[in-house]
Ligand binder design. Structure first.
Ligand SMILES: NC(=O)c1ccc[n+]([C@@H]2O[C@H](COP(=O)([O-])OP(=O)(O)OC[C@H]3O[C@@H](n4cnc5c(N)ncnc54)[C@H](OP(=O)(O)O)[C@@H]3O)[C@@H](O)[C@H]2O)c1
Length: 359
């Protein structure tokens, strides 16, 4: 029987998730929750540019809670960054879980243990009430910085350091609110410092969860996780899809989160973000990479349509997790608990011609 899927929010990640679910024979769309008033009442397919699904978008949470479904893919803007209540996402997730629907989110909580017993208890109680499973995923964090190094580590005899590096150029995207208001590109150094508290806390939680999960997966005890931010200012005006980055304002951000064992950085997670290919010329260029230094030294570079499709990748990682999450026992299931998530049944093979009838 096909998994019935509700989609929560239809933005950069939600839209490809809807399109993927609508196109799969083992899944069907059962509901869509939206925030944008102009999307309410429209067919989910029309909203994301695929053929009509028969599912009409609603902003009525009660309706969603009452809708029968196996799983909700939850991909809204994170409340930690937007709202006044930092628990808003957690509360919504718990209501969905308690209503009997498994939840897969990309909003955070990838390793709930990191947030302490209060969050773990709350999620577990909701799962118990609904007999459901909670899982959080993404492309990075979620795959590049988590599943990839853990998978690579199975080739190791000794691990000295795990180093994850994301290199992204946001030049062509059109997301002015996220780029300028939330991420702080286009601000002066002083303004960035003044405004970035919330964003920095959110990012630090997100990537620290990932580092802690990898550390637990590798069985290493961390003494602390440190954060370092370096800014690069534009040396000229840069025209981007989100607007102009003016000379003298933030055009590049380099973040490093490091998990330390004693005086040694054992797991580092670095993001190098540019608003234009000409920004921060002296920083590393190229593709995302995961390096394990040790015996042997292993390095994987990830190339492809990643810059444009990081959102699609996050969506598909969530969609491909559906069968595992729906089959799992109730409770919190991180990547350390679930079986290997694979693209099962996705190989594009030519259709077989029907056999000719024997006369
Ligand atoms: N780990 C990863 O690799 C990864 C990668 C990408 C994104 N993410 C996370 O996934 C989530 C979705 O990302 P995205 O790129 O899809 O974001 P987005 O396109 O900027 O926004 C997502 C949707 O949030 C809804 N929204 C509008 N106002 C809101 C509000 N006040 N509170 C909550 N939601 C509101 C809107 O839904 P409607 O349009 O339906 O009204 C919007 O389209 C974010 O939490 C992001 O941090 C994770």
């Amino acid at each position: 029987m096909a998994y019935k899927v509700i989609q929560w929010a239809s933005g950069g990640v939600g839209a490809p998730a809807i399109a993927a679910v609508a196109g799969r024979s083992d899944m069907s769309l059962a509901g869509l929750y939206v925030y944008s008033p102009d999307k309410v009442g429209k067919d989910a397919g029309t909203i994301v540019g695929v053929k009509k699904t028969g599912v009409i978008a609603t902003d009525d949470m009660d309706k969603i809670l009452k809708t029968k479904a196996d799983v909700v893919i939850h991909t809204p803007l994170p409340s930690v960054v937007w709202g006044d209540d930092p628990d808003a996402d957690l509360n919504i997730i718990c209501q969905l879980l308690a209503s009997g629907k498994n939840v897969i989110t990309t909003v955070g909580y990838m390793y709930p243990k990191f947030h302490g017993p209060r969050v773990v208890r709350k999620l577990n109680a909701a799962c118990k009430k609904g007999g459901t499973t909670f899982h959080s995923t993404g492309s990075n964090p979620g795959w590049i910085g988590d599943l990839l190094p853990l998978t690579m580590s199975s080739l190791s005899n000794r691990i000295d350091q795990v180093a994850v590096r994301e290199i992204s150029n946001f030049q062509h995207g059109n997301a002015p609110v996220i780029m300028f208001n939330i991420m702080g590109f286009g601000k002066t150094r002083a303004q960035f410092k003044k405004d970035s508290g919330r964003h920095a806390r959110w990012l630090t939680e997100l990537f620290s969860e990932s580092i802690q999960m990898v550390a637990d997966g590798l069985g290493v005890t961390l003494d602390k996780i440190s954060t370092k931010t370096t800014l690069s200012l534009a040396t000229r005006n840069h025209k981007t899809g989100s607007g102009t980055i003016k000379k003298g304002t933030v055009a590049g951000q380099r973040w490093e989160w490091a998990g330390w064992a004693g005086r040694k950085k054992v797991i580092t997670h670095e993001t190098i973000w540019r608003m234009h290919e000409a920004a921060a010329k002296d920083w590393p260029q190229g593709d995302h990479s995961v390096t394990i230094n040790g015996e042997p030294n292993i390095r994987i570079e990830i190339a492809g349509d990643w810059i444009d499709s990081m959102l699609d990748a996050a969506a598909l990682h969530a969609v491909n997790a559906i069968p595992h999450v729906c089959k799992a026992d109730p409770g919190i299931k991180t990547f350390l608990d679930l079986p290997w998530i694979m693209g099962k049944g996705l190989v594009n093979v030519p259709k077989k011609k029907p056999a000719k009838k024997k006369r």
